[in-house]
Write a protein that binds this ligand. Structure first.
Ligand SMILES: C[S@@+](CC[C@H](N)C(=O)[O-])C[C@H]1O[C@@H](n2cnc3c(N)ncnc32)[C@H](O)[C@@H]1O
Length: 370
């Protein structure tokens, strides 16, 4: 089995560096933006397909509060839709997917409390709800053909199945402004290959006219601001500094590249059209400030007054929660604290220099062609 499928996961548990504690931007901002689009997709489904048991998959669910957010949103939306259309509520079957190393146990442990909350909110009005785990890569088949009504994936599809092979990207771990064009091309080709395969597999698993809503971190063609790739490349600069101080072996850095790609709207659209199984309903881009503070994410307050240190700390934790397991597997646990102290200092300098650090999140809504 591909090593990445075992090593890649977000930081487990509920600790200070866990994904559960450092994924508020995704939950509060992206899922909220996407909820209207999910709602639109469900309303459409309900008016065209009679559904007794509503089968929904969330691909790349991770762990922590975000893992059950889609389940909660779908139950809410379907409840309102069936009430409005005067239909009987369906039975729900949810499939939570992620790679094998994901902290599925912490999701399972939170299920009793989650069910209580749903029961309190919906009472007898809500149909029975079965929640299943489906471990495995979404770049392989996960379900039988013509099985699912709706597929969702939030903040996961910018993860490639692997970094392009034989990059020769010795000092960097991702694309930077000085990376040769051939490497940009290799990353783009890997994204095109992976995303096309993902679409083909999902088109087999969805029923005809089934819906799919995807969100992923993209990039702006004009490159006006520092986007998320600056955050990836600063990991490379930090690791490189540590190589120069003999804290890390150079050979380890030479053979490490992040398996991430952030497409533009145009690149994503081209793959969808080329693959051909889906009709594109929506393709939007929402700009997120990635140095935003938890309070801002929760309250929507203006975050301009927050001090540099707080912004840098927030950004560092958000990146650490996502990248630490991969970095730990390659460079060892003992250097992780030092790596992220240095990384945070680089983020402070970056924020001082540019003030705005934002990235576009692509929201894509698709319908399987008949
Ligand atoms: C940033 S988290 C997003 C979690 C959650 N959906 C959210 O919106 O907060 C990305 C998740 O995608 C998962 N992932 C990455 N590549 C994957 C693959 N090939 N198959 C399944 N899950 C994958 C990672 O393990 C991780 O849990």
């Amino acid at each position: 089995m591909d090593r990445q499928q075992v090593v890649l996961h977000m930081n487990h548990g509920m600790g200070d560096n866990s994904y559960a504690h450092n994924s508020i931007v995704q939950q509060k901002k992206v899922m909220r933006e996407a909820k209207g689009i999910v709602e639109e997709s469900m309303m459409r489904l309900y008016t065209i397909i009679p559904i007794h048991c509503f089968k929904v998959a969330d691909l790349g669910c991770s762990s922590g509060p975000n893992a059950l957010q889609l389940v909660s949103n779908v139950i809410d939306i379907v409840d309102t839709t069936t009430c409005n259309l005067n239909l009987k509520p369906p039975i729900f079957q949810f499939f939570l997917n992620d790679l094998f190393g994901n902290d599925f146990n912490s999701i399972f442990k939170s299920l009793p409390q989650f069910s209580e909350i749903i029961e309190e909110k919906k009472g007898h009005k809500c149909g029975a709800c079965f929640i299943n785990a489906t471990p495995g890569t979404f770049y392989k088949s996960l379900f039988p053909n013509n099985f699912l009504h709706f597929v969702h994936s939030s903040f996961s599809l910018h993860w490639l199945s692997q970094a392009p092979k034989e990059l020769g990207n010795e000092e960097n771990v991702h694309l930077t402004s000085t990376t040769p064009p051939a490497m940009h091309e290799a990353y783009l080709e890997q994204f095109q290959k992976d995303f096309k395969l993902f679409l083909k597999l999902r088109s087999q698993e969805l029923v005809p006219k089934g819906g799919m809503v995807l969100t992923l971190i993209g990039r702006d063609k004009s490159q006006k601001t520092h986007d998320i790739r600056t955050a990836w490349s600063l990991i490379g600069t930090t690791l490189n500094d540590m190589v120069l101080e003999n804290l890390i072996e150079a050979i380890k850095l030479e053979s490490f590249d992040l398996p991430l790609y952030n497409p533009t709207i145009e690149e994503a659209k081209e793959v969808i059209e080329d693959e051909g199984s889906f009709t594109l309903q929506r393709l939007e881009s929402v700009i997120l400030d990635w140095s935003t503070n938890i309070k801002e994410a929760v309250d929507d307050d203006n975050n301009n007054n927050l001090d540099l240190n707080t912004k840098a700390e927030f950004t560092t934790k958000f990146i650490r929660a996502a990248l630490e397991p991969l970095l730990k597997a390659k460079f060892g646990e003992e250097i992780m604290d030092e790596l992220f102290v240095r990384y945070k200092n680089k983020i402070v300098q970056l924020i001082m220099g540019v003030k705005i650090l934002e990235f576009p999140t692509l929201i894509i809504s698709l319908i399987k062609k008949v």
